[in-house]
Structures are given as structure tokens and as C-alpha cells.
Design a binder for this molecule. Structure first.
Ligand SMILES: Cc1cc2nc3c(=O)[nH]c(=O)nc-3n(C[C@H](O)[C@H](O)[C@H](O)COP(=O)(O)OP(=O)(O)OC[C@H]3O[C@@H](n4cnc5c(N)ncnc54)[C@H](O)[C@@H]3O)c2cc1C
Ligand code: FES
Ligand code: FES
Length: 473
């Protein structure tokens, strides 16, 4: 049986671990404030908060309940819109949406309020622009986004700055309760979770057949098939989500999420990588989407895979009793084919910590800015000494059956002076090295041309003083 705290009460369910939380909420618990829209992680109508008990307190994240398997709920706190409603009247967030006319039919509003609450739970210093950005995964079909965004931009005025030093501490929760963003029962949840986790009853979710990390690929695509499948939840494997900065290397556990990478700061001094992660899906998906899932999913346009290819990452693969290492660029064998045997897990990856001589850039073009996978994406890392490229690593997505390391382009740039001619050489070589196909994201010709423009953009962004962008682009 799977037991968790649902809003302010313990809930035990006999649903299979592969059922999705959205169905549990609406059909078993009768909590219909959580709305069902796309069931693919795309619209945000089903947004809830998932609280995990950590050493420093409970960490809450806004997630999409339509792609959240019930097996992930065991021992955690699941919060729906009903769980943050005040006993009487409206909360300050809800009031502002009414006053600004930011809710017309109201279908999307619970999801929006949950995303904003998730944002406030994760920050001690709310920022109005960030608050509006936290709604990137919430689609509204009738009100229009001006009044929604305007409402979101009032949060710092409503709350001020949290006195808590750490965003998961009790002081932070007390602050949100004081500001009436959360009801007072939130202050008793840590004790309830501690008791729940201490009672020793392990959920019956210890399958083997399909490995689930964040589930954002698996459950967006085949939730129905997975409902009664035997699932192995990686969140129950210890040590899979750590991010460690070693002396000259960075080690990232396969279970680390996009949000974990942003929060860890490891991409902070690596060109535009940290801000580029904001282009991966939406906050709700980023809160669960893992590095390992991005790589093993083997999508030719996986953003993290493309970034780690340019960082020349090495994978550590475990078979339980033993492990082996393989370069990420050698991992892919063909469309959705890769070097992982049954029973093996991708455990972590490691890459050299970039220093001040390394220049890194990521470019992505998708059909819309947020919530979309790339039509073409590419990353580049150049180690530069005395105006010459000592080492180049360039990757490209959406232009081959696999996420591609551009072997010939990277090799051609070694030893070259940084100049417009060198950038043009990179563009020509990259375009000759790929074999895109026509699909819904564009024709083969368009994608090859686009890759050329994006490779040129790496040079224009990284070396503006040495490149004549007008000539190049
Ligand atoms: C709305 C939406 C938007 C998205 N937008 C983007 C985007 O902009 N960019 C992007 O790159 N992706 C995007 N994705 C895809 C997805 O979120 C990412 O690929 C994500 O990183 C997958 O990770 P996960 O942990 O959810 O994988 P899961 O769904 O849990 O797993 C994916 C596959 O990997 C296997 N697997 C996972 N971890 C391991 C491991 N450690 N060892 C062995 N096998 C493993 C699973 O068995 C499964 O086959 C989007 C998805 C959605 C639903
Ligand atoms: S129902 Fe659309 S994201 Fe869940
Ligand atoms: S208010 Fe109708 S969908 Fe947003």
C-alpha cells in the first residue's frame, strides 16, 4: 500500500504505483480542484505541490500531477488547491487574481495558484519577474496573460522578504503561514511525515521492469501502459541525485533534476548554460526531469544531452555489483539505441570543471520559447589560449538520429585562430557533417541551415570582438 499525507491527512491507496496522481486526486479523493487538461505535462492545469522530507525540512516543488506516478507519493506530502485554501474567504494570492480580473472561466486558475505557491515555497526573496516566469507552464485559454502576469507580479508586495536563511526551513514556512499564503496546518506536516516515514512500512513499489526517474518522458507518452507495469523508482535509490564539485571535475548524479542543477550553481560560471536551463520545458517539468532520463531517453534533441556532449562528459554505468565508464559521445548507437544492457543503470556523469580559458555557449530554436523541445539545438565549449582554439567540443541536436557530437567540426577547429574565417569553417563543416530529416519541426534543408546559423551564433556570442557578425550571420 502507498501512504502519504494528502493536504492535512494521511491517505493510503491501493492504486497501482503506475497510476497517475491526477486520477487519484479526482477519482479516489474527490479533489476536483486539480484540473485535467492535456494529461501530457503541457498545460499546467493539474499542478500540485509535492513535499519531500529532507534533513533540513520539507522541500516543496510544483509538479504536474498528470505525469506523476502514485508510487512517488509514498512518505511524501501532496498538496492540492484545496489544501492551501484558507478556512474562510480567499488567500491574498487568490484575491489579487480576482481584483485584476485574471480568472475568467477559472479552469486554469488552481494550477496557476499552485505554481505561484510553489515558487514562493522555493525562494526567500520573491522577485516579481521570476514569479511571472514561474507560470511558464500554465496555459490559459480565455483570460489572456496580461492580467495573469500582472497578478503574479504583485507577489513580492504581498509577502516581502522571508526572514528564513534557508528556503526549506521552518521559519520560511512560518513566514508563508503568517502571510496567509499557506494555512497553519502546514506547520504540523513535518511531524506527520516523520511519523509516517518512521513506521517502517515500505511501499510495494520495488519492481524491476521499467526504470522511472522523473517520469516526465515516460508518463507523458505512455501513462496508460505503465499503470499496471512493474516499476522501479530511482528516487528510492540513495546517492543518485547528488551534485558534487571536486577539485577539477564536476560529478552529477543521474537522478539530479534540471532544478537541482540550477539550484546547485554548477552552471553559474559556464557561459549561458544556467539561463539556458530556463528554456528546458516548464518549471513543473524541470522540477522532476532528470539528467539520466534526458540521456537514456535518447531523444536527438535532449537539451541536457546536447549540453553534456559539449562538456565532453563521461558516464558511469552500474550493473549493481560492478560499474563501467563510457564517454557520452560514444553512448548512442542509432535512433533510440544506446550502450546500456538490461539490468544496467546510468548512475552519474562527470566532466572537467570549466576554467577561465573555456568559453561555453548553448543555442536552441523551438517552435515556441517555453514548454517545447528544440527543432535544432547545439552547444559549444572552446578552450582558448593566446587567441587560438586549443580544444573545441561542439554538439548538435535535431540533425541526426542521435544527439550528435560534431567530431569533424570539433577536430577542424583545433589550433585555429579565433576569427570570422574560422567561424565560417565551423559553419561549413558542421553543415556537411549532419543528416537531418524532414519532420513536423522543419524540413531537412531548414534544419541544416539553422544549425549553421546556430554554430555561427556560438562565435558571435562568445567572441564579439574578434568576429564580424554581419559577415558571419
Ligand atoms: C511538457 C514537456 C516538455 C518537455 N520539454 C523538454 C525540453 O524542452 N527539453 C528537453 O530536453 N526535454 C524536454 N522534455 C522531455 C523530458 O522532460 C526530459 O527528457 C527529461 O530530462 C526526462 O527525464 P525523466 O527523469 O523525467 O525521465 P523518465 O521519463 O523517468 O525516463 C526516461 C527514460 O530513461 C530511462 N531512465 C531514466 N533514468 C535512468 C537511469 N538513471 N538509468 C537508466 N535508465 C534511465 C527510463 O527508463 C526511460 O526509458 C519535455 C517533457 C515534457 C512532458
Ligand atoms: S493535465 Fe495538462 S499538464 Fe497535466
Ligand atoms: S481562465 Fe479560462 S482557461 Fe484560464
Amino acid at each position: 500500500m502507498i501512504s502519504f499525507i494528502l493536504n492535512n491527512k494521511k491517505h493510503t491507496t491501493g492504486l497501482p504505483p503506475g497510476a497517475v496522481a491526477l486520477d487519484l486526486l479526482r477519482e479516489e479523493a474527490g479533489l476536483t480542484g486539480t484540473r485535467e487538461g492535456c494529461r501530457e505535462g503541457d498545460c499546467g492545469a493539474c499542478t500540485v505541490l509535492l513535499g519531500t522530507l529532507l534533513l533540513q525540512g520539507i522541500e516543496y516543488r510544483a509538479v504536474n500531477s498528470c505525469i506523476l506516478p502514485v508510487g512517488e507519493l509514498h512518505g511524501r506530502h501532496l498538496v492540492t488547491i484545496e489544501g492551501i485554501n484558507p478556512e474562510e474567504g480567499l488567500s491574498p494570492l487568490q484575491k489579487v487574481f480576482v481584483e485584476e480580473g485574471a480568472s475568467q472561466c477559472g479552469f486554469c486558475t488552481p494550477g496557476i495558484i499552485m505554481s505561484l505557491t510553489g515558487y514562493l515555497l522555493g525562494t526567500v526573496d520573491p522577485d516579481d519577474t521570476e514569479a511571472a516566469d514561474s507560470l511558464a507552464g500554465n496555459i490559459c485559454r480565455c483570460t489572456g496573460y496580461v492580467s495573469i502576469s500582472k497578478s503574479a507580479r504583485t507577489v513580492s508586495g504581498i509577502t516581502g522578504r522571508s526572514p528564513a536563511e534557508c528556503c526549506t526551513s521552518r521559519e520560511h514556512l512560518e513566514w508563508l503561514v503568517e502571510k496567509e499564503i499557506l494555512p497553519p496546518n502546514f506547520l504540523g506536516i513535518e511531524e506527520m511525515l516523520t511519523a509516517l516515514n518512521a513506521d517502517g512500512s515500505e511501499a510495494d513499489v520495488s519492481g524491476e521492469t521499467v526504470t522511472v526517474a522523473g517520469g516526465t518522458d515516460l508518463f507523458a507518452v505512455e501513462a496508460e501502459n505503465l499503470r499496471n507495469t512493474d516499476l522501479k523508482f530511482l528516487s528510492r535509490e540513495t546517492g543518485m541525485n547528488g551534485i558534487t564539485v571536486l577539485e577539477n571535475r564536476i560529478l552529477i548524479g543521474a537522478g539530479a533534476t534540471v532544478r537541482d542543477i540550477i539550484d546547485s550553481g554548477v552552471f553559474r560560471n559556464a557561459g549561458n548554460l544556467e539561463q539556458s536551463l530556463q528554456l528546458v520545458a516548464s518549471p513543473g517539468v524541470r522540477n522532476r526531469a532528470t539528467v539520466g532520463g534526458n540521456i537514456v531517453n535518447a531523444s536527438p534533441v535532449g537539451d541536457l544531452t546536447i549540453i553534456f556532449l559539449a562538456l565532453d562528459a563521461k558516464l558511469r554505468i552500474s550493473s549493481g555489483s560492478d560499474y563501467r565508464e563510457v564517454q557520452l559521445k560514444d553512448f548512442f548507437r542509432g535512433y533510440k539505441l544506446f550502450d546500456l544492457s538490461p539490468g544496467e543503470l546510468l548512475e552519474s556523469l562527470v566532466y572537467k570543471k570549466p576554467d577561465s580559458t573555456t568559453f561555453i555557449n548553448f543555442e536552441k530554436i523551438a517552435m515556441r520559447q517555453h514548454l517545447d523541445i528544440a527543432s535544432v539545438n547545439t552547444a559549444a565549449a572552446f578552450r582558448v589560449c593566446g587567441g587560438r582554439i586549443e580544444k573545441a567540443d561542439i554538439s548538435a541536436g535535431g540533425v541526426a538520429p542521435v544527439p550528435l557530437y560534431l567530431e569533424r567540426t570539433s577536430a577542424a577547429l583545433r589550433g585555429m585562430k579565433i576569427s570570422t574565417d574560422t567561424a565560417q569553417l565551423a559553419v561549413r563543416t558542421a553543415r556537411s557533417e549532419v543528416s537531418p530529416i524532414d519532420d513536423v519541426r522543419g524540413s531537412a534543408e531548414y534544419k541544416e541551415l539553422l544549425l549553421g546559423k546556430l554554430v555561427a551564433a556560438h562565435f558571435a556570442e562568445l567572441f564579439p570582438g574578434q568576429i564580424n557578425a554581419g559577415e558571419l550571420l
